[in-house]
Design a protein around this ligand. Structure first.
Ligand code: IMP
Length: 190
């Protein structure tokens, strides 16, 4: 089955493609597709907006992810505004600056991902996942993407310092996509 992965984010595309690969899904990238306005109030609303727009434009089933970082000491910010929190290149530094001086116990945060698959006949499948961690005090690691270098797991390593498979096993996106994969499998077997 051909499915459009409705994202222009290469990091997300790599993770979505490798987690859904066992389903025999042929991932089509979203090159050339328009960027709908993400004006939803929740990750789930934005995932639906992106998946339904890509499905409408291509006539193919489309999967989208909307995700972000929620920092407890910032009242849950940046949340749904994670991608627009500060100018490109200053996002991680902005979060680090706002938490300056706080001990680890007050640097708790979580990544959340909502994923959505929209079919041309109107069927919609959704799933969500989250991953608890801490905001570090500096960027560390070369792997991953986005805020990975400042997101620490329990043992102190950041998401950018662990192997892809280890991130997938515990990440917000990994959890959401494994749930979506099961629901998709059931749908395709109907
Ligand atoms: P979206 O593309 O509107 O969903 O924005 C997601 C934002 O959250 C982007 O700024 C991403 O860099 C960030 N983000 C989402 N998931 C991850 C992740 O797994 N690691 C690092 N940053 C992430």
């Amino acid at each position: 089955m051909q499915v459009v992965i409705a994202t222009h984010n290469k990091g997300k595309l790599a993770e979505i493609s490798r987690i859904l690969a066992p389903l025999g899904i042929q991932a089509i990238t979203a090159d050339g597709l328009s960027d709908p306005e993400e004006n939803g109030k929740t990750f789930a609303e934005n995932a639906f907006i992106k998946a339904s727009a890509a499905c409408r434009e291509t006539g193919l089933p489309a999967i989208a992810d909307d995700s972000g970082l929620c920092v407890d000491a910032l009242g849950g910010e940046p949340g749904v505004y994670t991608a627009r929190y500060a100018p490109v290149g200053q996002r991680k530094a902005t979060v680090l600056k706002k938490l300056e001086g706080l001990p680890r116990s007050e640097r708790t945060a979580r990544f959340t991902a909502a994923v959505c698959c929209v079919f041309p006949d109107g069927r919609v499948i959704t799933a969500e996942g989250s991953c608890e961690g801490y905001i570090g005090t500096a960027c560390r690691g070369e792997g991953g993407f986005g805020y990975d270098p400042i997101f620490e797991i329990e043992d102190g390593r950041t998401f950018a310092e662990i192997a892809d498979g280890e991130k997938d096993a515990m990440s917000h996106r990994g959890k959401a996509l494994r749930q979506l994969k099961e629901k998709l499998q059931a749908e395709l077997e109907k």
